[in-house]
Design a protein around this ligand. Sequence first.
Ligand code: PLP
Length: 393
Amino acid sequence: MQLSHRITHLLGDGDDGWGVFYRARAMKAAGRDVIELTIGEHDIRTDPVILEAMHAAAMAGQTGYASIPGIPALRDAVAARVQARTGVATTRANVQIMPGGQAALFAALHATGDQGDSALYVEPAYVTYPGVFRALGLTPCPVAAQPEDGFQPRATDLDAAARAAHRPRSLLINSPNNPTGGVYSQATLEGIARVVLDHDMWLISDEVYDTQVWEGAHLSPRALPGMAERTLVIGSMSKSHAMTGSRIGWVVGPEAAVARLADLATHTTYGVPGFVQEAALFALAQGDGLEAQVAAPFLRRRALALDLLGRQNIVRAQPPQGAMYLMLDIRATGMTGEDFAMALLEQHGIAVMPGESFGAAAAGHLRVAMTVADDVFVSALARLLDFAAERAA
Ligand code: PLP
């Protein structure tokens, strides 16, 4: 039986950049030792106190259908958190609880564009973005951010892309950024807001790494003048609380849009399990301390990596300002990111993501997830640097 074009073309023509990741998993399954520095998964598990809250909620009966927009107490807690961090008045009517940031992204793009509309996004970009556009029949319009600009997008490039696009409806940004580690400055965000206002577009602001900022400060563009009514913020507890497997996140936006997202949830996910929402509520109530504890290993490994990188001059890197990744420029080896990553995997059993997986703007780069124990991380990175030096010679 024939499947829909929508689903058979979700991944485009290739593997959407997951080739090295799949190969690493196959090697592991065949019994080989592989150090995986690919996906954004912590090397710690969800804190047991959060799991105890989850268990208690389930035992207390929170195992039936939960309120589809989210349980009121969690929506209130998310609204209070967002308001405290951004200064923008936010209530539960602005919050739709979602089963993770990925579902929140899908819902936000579903809500802001129709078949054939154009959706702008900044490259290098998180790997799933193009698939979401394709799944929704949106025309993806990547706008390259340049390494020499610290991967901050230029307003002039965004404006040109919006002018060239057919029915541009939204711009998707991500700061702190996966894969580049860039944190958008006030000036970058003001430029973005200007373009979005000029072209009457929605801004979808993926802020799932907002608790992992190493330099500067996280600024939410929803707080800029005129932006609250046209911005949908994607939030998640995956990265901030090491709750990747719990599938819990949200969309924050204008009331009317959020009400429509509840309609979508009714026809797709039918909400998020009540015991997971209770656990999320408990975790948020622990305050910044728990978030800082979850983020600490990445800051520590960032320092270890910068120390190693400072001792050689083949591989270049912009110190990540946020998130859990290092973006390495390996162009001095003369290899593509894909060839380098595959050779590193085959010869040294170290798996990293090729920059090309995140779009042409990251060609000749590698993304290294800082998600293994410090000693393993340091030895893997040292081997990567030696391998680059051999290749450059
Ligand atoms: N957005 C970005 C930039 C990400 O890196 C991720 C996950 O890695 C997500 C969204 C989705 O996260 P989740 O669905 O676990 O909340």
